[in-house]
Design a protein. Structure first.
Length: 202
Protein backbone atom coordinates (compact mmCIF):
# COMPACT_ATOMS: atom_id res chain seq x y z
CA UNK A 1 0.00 0.00 0.00
CA UNK A 2 2.98 2.33 0.57
CA UNK A 3 3.77 2.19 -3.17
CA UNK A 4 0.18 3.13 -3.98
CA UNK A 5 0.37 6.21 -1.76
CA UNK A 6 3.64 7.17 -3.44
CA UNK A 7 1.99 7.24 -6.87
CA UNK A 8 -1.11 8.97 -5.54
CA UNK A 9 1.17 11.59 -4.02
CA UNK A 10 2.95 12.00 -7.34
CA UNK A 11 -0.42 12.53 -8.99
CA UNK A 12 -1.59 15.09 -6.45
CA UNK A 13 1.65 17.05 -6.53
CA UNK A 14 1.77 16.99 -10.35
CA UNK A 15 -1.87 18.07 -10.55
CA UNK A 16 -1.14 21.14 -8.44
CA UNK A 17 1.72 21.99 -10.79
CA UNK A 18 -0.52 21.42 -13.80
CA UNK A 19 -3.25 23.72 -12.50
CA UNK A 20 -0.67 26.42 -11.69
CA UNK A 21 0.74 26.10 -15.22
CA UNK A 22 -2.76 26.45 -16.69
CA UNK A 23 -3.39 29.65 -14.72
CA UNK A 24 0.01 31.11 -15.55
CA UNK A 25 -0.11 29.87 -19.16
CA UNK A 26 3.25 28.10 -19.08
CA UNK A 27 3.12 25.42 -21.79
CA UNK A 28 6.36 23.61 -20.87
CA UNK A 29 5.41 23.32 -17.20
CA UNK A 30 1.93 22.25 -18.28
CA UNK A 31 3.31 19.49 -20.50
CA UNK A 32 5.73 18.18 -17.87
CA UNK A 33 3.12 18.19 -15.11
CA UNK A 34 0.57 16.48 -17.31
CA UNK A 35 2.95 13.68 -18.29
CA UNK A 36 3.94 13.17 -14.64
CA UNK A 37 0.30 13.08 -13.51
CA UNK A 38 -0.59 10.54 -16.19
CA UNK A 39 2.46 8.42 -15.42
CA UNK A 40 1.28 8.33 -11.82
CA UNK A 41 -1.99 6.53 -12.57
CA UNK A 42 -0.21 3.95 -14.72
CA UNK A 43 2.29 3.22 -11.95
CA UNK A 44 -0.55 3.12 -9.42
CA UNK A 45 -2.31 0.43 -11.43
CA UNK A 46 0.90 -1.56 -11.77
CA UNK A 47 1.40 -1.37 -8.00
CA UNK A 48 -2.04 -2.95 -7.49
CA UNK A 49 -1.21 -5.98 -9.61
CA UNK A 50 -2.80 -6.79 -12.95
CA UNK A 51 -4.30 -10.20 -12.35
CA UNK A 52 -7.40 -11.13 -14.27
CA UNK A 53 -9.31 -9.80 -17.25
CA UNK A 54 -10.77 -6.81 -15.44
CA UNK A 55 -7.39 -5.46 -14.35
CA UNK A 56 -5.81 -6.00 -17.75
CA UNK A 57 -8.60 -4.24 -19.62
CA UNK A 58 -8.54 -1.32 -17.20
CA UNK A 59 -4.77 -1.06 -17.54
CA UNK A 60 -5.12 -0.94 -21.33
CA UNK A 61 -7.61 1.90 -20.87
CA UNK A 62 -5.22 3.76 -18.61
CA UNK A 63 -2.35 3.46 -21.08
CA UNK A 64 -4.55 4.67 -23.94
CA UNK A 65 -5.76 7.56 -21.77
CA UNK A 66 -2.18 8.56 -21.00
CA UNK A 67 -1.48 8.51 -24.74
CA UNK A 68 -4.51 10.76 -25.26
CA UNK A 69 -3.17 13.12 -22.61
CA UNK A 70 0.07 13.46 -24.56
CA UNK A 71 -1.78 14.23 -27.80
CA UNK A 72 -3.90 16.90 -26.10
CA UNK A 73 -0.79 18.75 -25.00
CA UNK A 74 -0.52 20.01 -28.57
CA UNK A 75 -3.02 22.66 -29.75
CA UNK A 76 -3.56 21.52 -33.36
CA UNK A 77 -6.79 20.05 -34.67
CA UNK A 78 -4.92 16.94 -35.82
CA UNK A 79 -3.53 16.36 -32.34
CA UNK A 80 -7.00 16.85 -30.85
CA UNK A 81 -8.41 14.23 -33.24
CA UNK A 82 -5.61 11.81 -32.32
CA UNK A 83 -6.39 12.39 -28.65
CA UNK A 84 -10.08 11.81 -29.32
CA UNK A 85 -9.30 8.46 -30.97
CA UNK A 86 -6.99 7.43 -28.11
CA UNK A 87 -9.65 8.20 -25.53
CA UNK A 88 -12.33 6.48 -27.60
CA UNK A 89 -10.20 3.32 -27.59
CA UNK A 90 -9.61 3.78 -23.85
CA UNK A 91 -13.35 3.82 -23.24
CA UNK A 92 -13.75 0.65 -25.30
CA UNK A 93 -11.12 -0.99 -23.10
CA UNK A 94 -13.02 0.13 -20.01
CA UNK A 95 -16.21 -1.32 -21.50
CA UNK A 96 -14.35 -4.61 -21.92
CA UNK A 97 -13.55 -4.52 -18.21
CA UNK A 98 -16.94 -3.42 -16.93
CA UNK A 99 -19.00 -5.72 -19.18
CA UNK A 100 -17.72 -8.75 -17.26
CA UNK A 101 -18.89 -7.23 -13.95
CA UNK A 102 -22.61 -7.05 -14.64
CA UNK A 103 -25.36 -5.97 -17.01
CA UNK A 104 -26.91 -2.48 -16.80
CA UNK A 105 -30.60 -2.22 -15.99
CA UNK A 106 -33.24 -0.21 -17.85
CA UNK A 107 -33.07 2.67 -15.36
CA UNK A 108 -29.35 3.11 -16.03
CA UNK A 109 -29.92 2.96 -19.79
CA UNK A 110 -32.65 5.61 -19.62
CA UNK A 111 -30.54 7.87 -17.40
CA UNK A 112 -27.40 7.68 -19.53
CA UNK A 113 -29.36 8.06 -22.76
CA UNK A 114 -31.15 11.15 -21.47
CA UNK A 115 -27.95 12.79 -20.28
CA UNK A 116 -26.15 11.90 -23.50
CA UNK A 117 -28.86 13.40 -25.68
CA UNK A 118 -28.78 16.55 -23.57
CA UNK A 119 -25.01 16.87 -24.01
CA UNK A 120 -25.25 16.37 -27.78
CA UNK A 121 -28.01 18.98 -28.02
CA UNK A 122 -25.83 21.44 -26.06
CA UNK A 123 -22.77 20.89 -28.26
CA UNK A 124 -24.45 20.44 -31.65
CA UNK A 125 -24.55 24.12 -32.77
CA UNK A 126 -20.82 24.48 -32.00
CA UNK A 127 -19.43 21.33 -33.62
CA UNK A 128 -19.40 22.23 -37.33
CA UNK A 129 -17.01 19.74 -38.99
CA UNK A 130 -16.51 17.78 -35.78
CA UNK A 131 -20.02 16.34 -35.55
CA UNK A 132 -19.24 12.77 -36.67
CA UNK A 133 -16.17 12.17 -34.45
CA UNK A 134 -17.79 13.86 -31.44
CA UNK A 135 -21.00 11.84 -31.87
CA UNK A 136 -18.96 8.63 -32.07
CA UNK A 137 -17.03 9.60 -28.96
CA UNK A 138 -20.18 10.59 -27.07
CA UNK A 139 -21.76 7.23 -27.90
CA UNK A 140 -18.74 5.26 -26.70
CA UNK A 141 -18.23 7.18 -23.46
CA UNK A 142 -21.95 6.82 -22.74
CA UNK A 143 -21.72 3.05 -23.19
CA UNK A 144 -18.68 3.04 -20.91
CA UNK A 145 -20.60 4.90 -18.21
CA UNK A 146 -23.61 2.64 -18.67
CA UNK A 147 -21.62 -0.54 -18.02
CA UNK A 148 -19.64 1.10 -15.21
CA UNK A 149 -22.85 1.81 -13.32
CA UNK A 150 -23.53 -1.94 -13.27
CA UNK A 151 -20.03 -2.84 -12.10
CA UNK A 152 -19.67 -4.13 -8.57
CA UNK A 153 -16.64 -1.96 -7.83
CA UNK A 154 -17.39 1.47 -6.35
CA UNK A 155 -14.05 2.92 -7.51
CA UNK A 156 -14.91 1.96 -11.08
CA UNK A 157 -18.41 3.46 -10.90
CA UNK A 158 -17.22 6.74 -9.44
CA UNK A 159 -14.20 6.87 -11.73
CA UNK A 160 -16.34 6.42 -14.84
CA UNK A 161 -18.77 9.10 -13.69
CA UNK A 162 -15.98 11.61 -13.00
CA UNK A 163 -14.39 10.80 -16.36
CA UNK A 164 -17.70 11.56 -18.08
CA UNK A 165 -18.05 14.86 -16.23
CA UNK A 166 -14.46 15.86 -16.97
CA UNK A 167 -15.04 15.41 -20.70
CA UNK A 168 -17.82 17.98 -20.57
CA UNK A 169 -15.21 20.58 -19.67
CA UNK A 170 -12.92 19.37 -22.47
CA UNK A 171 -15.82 19.79 -24.90
CA UNK A 172 -16.70 23.20 -23.50
CA UNK A 173 -13.08 24.33 -23.84
CA UNK A 174 -12.77 23.08 -27.40
CA UNK A 175 -16.16 23.91 -28.86
CA UNK A 176 -18.15 26.32 -26.69
CA UNK A 177 -16.02 28.73 -24.69
CA UNK A 178 -12.29 28.63 -24.03
CA UNK A 179 -11.43 29.86 -20.54
CA UNK A 180 -9.19 28.82 -17.67
CA UNK A 181 -12.19 27.64 -15.64
CA UNK A 182 -12.53 24.61 -17.90
CA UNK A 183 -9.16 22.99 -17.05
CA UNK A 184 -9.35 24.14 -13.44
CA UNK A 185 -12.53 22.10 -13.01
CA UNK A 186 -12.04 19.43 -15.64
CA UNK A 187 -8.49 18.33 -14.85
CA UNK A 188 -9.09 17.44 -11.17
CA UNK A 189 -12.19 15.47 -12.21
CA UNK A 190 -10.26 13.67 -14.94
CA UNK A 191 -7.27 12.70 -12.83
CA UNK A 192 -9.46 11.69 -9.89
CA UNK A 193 -11.29 9.43 -12.35
CA UNK A 194 -8.14 7.78 -13.65
CA UNK A 195 -6.64 7.25 -10.21
CA UNK A 196 -9.91 5.69 -9.01
CA UNK A 197 -9.94 3.39 -12.03
CA UNK A 198 -6.34 2.45 -11.29
CA UNK A 199 -7.30 1.63 -7.70
CA UNK A 200 -10.20 -0.52 -8.90
CA UNK A 201 -7.85 -3.17 -10.27
CA UNK A 202 -6.63 -4.08 -6.77
Amino acid sequence: MSAAWLWIGLGGFSLLGLLAAEVRRRPLARAASKVACSLGFILLALSQGLEGRFAQWVFAGLVLSALGDVFLIFPSGRAFLAGLVAFLLAHLAYVGAFAAEGSPGPWAFALVLGVGLGVVRWLWPHLEGWRVPVLAYAAVISVMLLFALAAGRPEARLGALLFYLSDLFVARERFVRSEVLNPLLGLPLYYAAQYLLALSVG
